[in-house]
Design a protein around this ligand. Structure first.
Ligand SMILES: [Zn+2]
Length: 670
């Protein structure tokens, strides 16, 4: 028997899920986390399962938007889609350029200046001249497959005749909406009673991630292209010629790209476009400056996050004048003590700014910053506001000098002054403030994603002395939790459930969540993919780490230091005891069913595959009825090519054996 209360609840869930679907898909501006969305969905599914009479054709469970996280299939990028490092001032740009000149021992560097669009980065793959895949950036390594939607964009060619004989080429660009088209689109929406979109960038992103390509087709999307990430054919060896090459292929490039040879020219261009950009029909928030010579680009390489051969030179952000009311210090999760300026609140770019970072004590000394000083504060993009300079002419005589404390403001332990770094540290591993920051990081979205544990609860748990290190989180029990103020039976269950479900987070999330200095999301993915389990990472030596692309010497040092500390090994052991996932499970490994789709097909593999070891892939092929061999022969059907392929690739071409990318191969068994 289904009671009225349940019927009402189901109705409410329908309405909520539809509302959030619209925000996510149509407007690309979700109000709730994926986790909360999934919980709504799960609750509805459970109710329907227990009471089938509640299922109606209107239920969101009956439509295609079953689980939005799994809707788009995934595509691995041939080379990672990195983001760019930013500079915000002329000094920062010149010092970037000087560093490159120093590293390459070149006095004159040819550069290319491109406008930086505020759109959505995409990667297109053409196979023998036909557009085969289009993917979003995703996490930089794996993106969402938006091929069908990209095909609705008129100015992106579906076939390029001159690439007919090119086995594969991967091209990078940006999808955007013209300002004029955006205004027209919104005026139509308002006339038909639909809510207007908030801005062109979000609209472009939301439109591209529509489930129904018909909706994407109705949106006036456009694209510019600027890079070739991979190609099986010879491509030009300068960035400027690559732009011309792309243009000749019919892939639109921006007409304002320019080849230049001096830093001064860049500064002039930057000033010019800073003024003129409002006249452009698309949003543009800076210049991208690239080294023109592709060989030099390769020589400079990339960090795990960004290429060293390009930089985004942002246009002037908003600055404002205000007063420093006080200077306080924060304890970071690594123990670094950061001075913070408490400001007389000021609105910059519509955002209320109440504090700004002062970086470290030597910054305060260099800029001669004092309490009660009037200062220029800058807020650029999403970064923390910073104090740029003191307006010394506004001084009244009541300014007070600030001294760094000698003891930790949280635990009172003597602070440690590092000789090589500007920062000073609290080294006490039981420092409460440090632990709070670390636990906040540990539960955050990109780390272990424990939504049930927010900032407030982190504070409560640590102050109640339930938690002395991050691993204690997994040993909480319900009896302890309900003793806490304001926690009921149900919320205690929810908290424990969300902690429990974090145990299966992938290895890279676990590595990131440990909060090792300088080890960000991307570096964690690289480490997880390479070492495949936590023990091999713990036992890695300097050489093992240094040889990994994207892991610099500083990161290497931080990793080694982290695992040398006995207290950290204790934490890892406790996490193991709590049954957290400590090994990499490849996407292939899960749910393998035996099939015959590869019946008697013979494969040879060369190079490193992204998603599994050689034996895992062998195993996978066998499970689908195929055969593998170490050597090419006349009876070989396919060569699967991974990263850094060996001589087998050339042999296979000569022997006219079909060549598959890892992605092509996966398509065969899906
Ligand atoms: Zn401390």
């Amino acid at each position: 028997m289904v009671n009225e209360e349940l019927i009402q609840r189901v109705k409410y869930l329908h309405q909520q899920i539809k509302y959030h679907n619209e925000l996510y898909y149509e407007l690309d501006s979700p109000e709730i986390s994926d986790y909360d969305y999934d919980n709504l969905f799960k609750e509805l599914k459970t109710l329907e399962k227990n009471h089938p009479s509640l299922i109606s054709s209107e239920s969101p469970t009956q439509s295609i938007q079953d689980n939005k996280l799994e809707i788009f299939s995934q595509i691995s990028h041939e080379s990672p889609m990195l983001s760019l490092s930013n500079v915000f001032s002329e000094e920062e740009f010149i010092s970037w350029l000087d560093k490159i000149k120093l590293n390459t021992s070149k006095k004159i560097l040819e550069l290319v200046s491109e406008l930086k669009f505020d759109g959505l980065a995409i990667s297109l793959t053409y196979i023998n001249g036909t557009l085969k895949h289009a993917a979003t950036r995703g996490d930089g390594f794996i993106g969402e497959d938006v091929t069908n939607n990209i095909k609705t964009i008129d100015n992106i060619p579906k076939n390029i005749y001159s690439l007919k004989n090119v086995a594969k080429i991967e091209i990078r660009g940006e999808v955007y909406i013209k300002k004029s088209k955006f205004i027209a689109l919104n005026s139509i929406r308002t006339k038909t009673g639909l809510p207007p979109f908030s801005n062109p960038r979000n609209t472009a992103a939301g439109s591209l991630r529509q489930l129904d390509p018909k909706i994407t087709r109705e949106r006036p999307l456009d694209a510019f292209f600027y890079n070739i990430a991979f190609s099986t054919t010879q491509i030009p060896n300068t960035q400027y010629e690559i732009l011309e090459y792309l243009n000749n292929l019919g892939l639109q490039t921006n007409p304002n790209n320019q080849k230049i040879i001096s830093g001064d020219e860049v500064l002039k261009l930057h000033n010019y476009w800073g003024e003129e950009r409002s006249k452009l029909d698309y949003d543009c928030d800076g210049l991208v400056i690239k080294i023109n010579d592709i060989n030099l680009q390769k020589q400079l390489g990339s960090t795990s996050r960004e290429p060293r051969w390009a930089v985004a030179f942002k246009f002037n952000s908003e600055k404002s004048k205000t007063k420093i009311l006080d200077i306080q210090v924060n304890v970071g999760r690594s123990g670094a003590i950061t001075p913070i300026a408490i400001l007389d609140p000021v609105y910059i770019d519509g955002v209320k700014v109440q504090s700004a970072t002062l970086h470290n004590y030597s910054y305060i000394q260099k800029k001669e910053i004092m309490i009660n000083d009037y200062v220029i504060v800058e807020r650029a993009g999403e970064v923390i506001p910073k104090v740029l300079e003191v307006i010394k002419t506004s001084r009244k005589g009541d300014e007070k000098k600030f001294e760094m404390p000698e003891n930790c403001p949280s635990c009172n332990e003597k602070l440690f002054d590092t000789p090589n770094e500007a920062a000073i540290f609290c080294l006490n591993s039981f420092c409460k403030e440090k632990l709070i920051r670390l636990l906040e990081h540990f539960v955050s979205k990109d780390a272990m994603e424990i939504d049930g544990v927010g900032k407030k609860l982190v504070d409560i748990l640590i102050n109640a002395e339930y938690i002395y290190d991050i691993s204690d989180l997994y040993f909480l029990n319900k009896d302890d939790l309900i003793k806490l103020d304001g926690l009921g039976d149900k919320s205690a269950d929810n908290i424990l459930n969300s902690i429990q479900s974090s145990k299966t987070k992938p290895l890279n999330s676990l590595i990131f969540s440990l909060g090792i200095s300088n080890i960000g999301k991307e570096a964690s993915i690289i480490l997880a993919n390479h070492f495949k389990n936590i023990d091999d990472l713990i036992n890695a030596n300097e050489d093992d780490l240094n040889q990994l692309p994207g892991i610099g010497p500083k990161m290497t040092q931080n990793i080694i230091e982290y695992f040398q500390a006995e207290s950290n090994i204790k934490i890892i052991n406790k996490l193991k005891k709590a049954n957290l996932k400590m090994t990499l499970t490849s996407g292939y490994e899960s749910n393998i069913k035996n099939t015959n789709v590869l019946n008697d097909i013979k494969f040879v593999i060369t190079g490193t595959l992204k998603a599994g070891s050689r034996s895992e892939i062998d195993n996978l092929i066998n499970k689908h009825g195929g055969k593998t061999s170490n050597n090419l022969s006349k009876s070989t059907n396919y060569l699967i090519v991974g990263d850094k392929p060996g001589s087998k690739l050339d042999d296979a071409k000569r022997m006219q054996i079909k060549i598959l990318t890892e992605y092509d191969f996966i398509k065969m068994i899906e």
